[in-house]
Design a protein around this ligand. Structure first.
Ligand code: ADP
Ligand code: MG
Length: 326
């Protein structure tokens, strides 16, 4: 049985700037994230991944829609102000700018215990900090160092320790390894995986790198210009992508041997999110585009294998893929 831990309902974020131009960064996203899973969110830069993640951790206010955590609205419920924020944490891309350079690692780790666990004694706090450091593979000596004295990988270990010190249930990892060397990336991904098992964590794993997302995720949502275009089991999607955009992403990430081969390199330019195409927003880059695609927006629909997809020709493409298999 899968228990839903977090769900969004018609979640949207529209940015407006001074000149009144608007960007629909996140457009009507409804999805469920299950207890204990890693849900990967992937798409080109600018498609709204960080905006979506930041709304879940309450760093950004949605323009419209709801976010339910354990069935309760994270903005309106009684637990919303005190308990829920501690249960949802975030790990950012850039451990260089997310750690206060003027503070030692020990201080940075103790900070949230000082705020949220006031009844702990100093000794108890120190014990928790030491245990947390050990869990992320750093010894006690790191407490007296400043962020600038650490490597990128070590800093990201500290960021993970800070995110986990209040024992959250749900962690948003936003490009958590994108700033790191490839060899260090693998270590941090494995650490995140081990910690997930140890603490029964649920992850929203955001990345523009499809290889990284495929490696980490149980299910994947493919995002394009603020919307989910295909969502399903990670293995199903990678073995048999149906949406023309998902196909494009997977075929462009196959160039094994390139430094960042999972990085999305696809043809055509990403349209401006402040002036998105009519109908299916992908139609301007789609090889199968028809008149219908440029005029009507496709709704997310479910296919027989359980995946969701927003494409007018989803059934046809699905049938064709099944025939090819036989
Ligand atoms: P991603 O994380 O997928 O790269 P973002 O969520 O950062 O995408 O951005 C989605 C869109 O919203 C982009 O077009 C971006 O330029 C725009 N955007 C992001 N933050 C702001 C902001 N604070 N004000 C106006 N536009 C923004
Ligand atoms: Mg981002």
């Amino acid at each position: 049985m899968n228990n839903v831990l977090l769900q969004t309902k018609n979640l949207s974020k529209i940015y407006t700037d001074d000149r009144k131009s608007i960007v629909k960064a996140v457009n009507d996203i409804t999805l469920q994230i299950y207890q204990g899973e890693t849900f990967g969110l992937v798409g080109e830069s600018g498609c709204g991944k960080s905006t979506f993640g930041q709304m879940l951790v309450n760093l950004l206010e949605p323009t419209k829609g709801e976010i339910l955590f354990e069935g309760e609205d994270i903005f309106k419920s009684r637990r919303a102000r005190k308990e829920i924020p501690q249960k949802i944490q975030m790990i950012f891309q850039d451990p260089y700018s997310s750690l206060n350079p003027k503070r030692k690692i020990g201080w940075l780790l103790e900070e949230s215990l000082d705020i949220h666990r006031k009844n702990l004694s100093k000794e108890q706090r120190i014990k928790i900090v030491d245990e947390m450091l050990e869990l992320v593979g750093l010894d006690e000596s790191y407490k007296d160092r400043y962020p600038s004295q650490l490597s990128g990988g070590q800093r990201q270990r500290v960021s993970i320790a800070i995110a986990l010190i209040l024992k959250p249930k749900f962690v948003v990892c936003d490009e958590a390894v994108s700033a790191l060397d490839v060899s260090v990336q693998a270590q941090i991904l494995n650490l995140l995986h081990d910690l997930q098992e140890k603490f029964n964590l649920t992850y929203l794993f955001i990345s523009h790198n499809l290889n990284v997302v495929s490696y980490m995720s149980d299910r994947i949502g493919i995002m394009y210009l603020g919307s989910i275009v295909e969502l399903g089991d990670a293995v199903t999607l990678s073995k048999n992508p149906i949406h023309p955009y998902t196909k494009m992403l997977f075929s462009s990430s196959m160039n094994v041997g390139e430094a960042d081969s999972g990085k999305i390199q696809i043809t055509g330019e990403l349209p401006s999110p402040s002036n998105p195409p009519s109908g299916c927003t992908f139609h301007t880059r789609c090889a199968y585009c028809t008149e219908l695609c440029s005029s009507a927006r496709p709704e997310l629909q479910e296919l027989p294998d359980g995946r969701q997809i927003a494409c007018h020709y989803a059934q046809k493409f699905y049938q064709e893929s099944m025939e090819k298999k036989q």
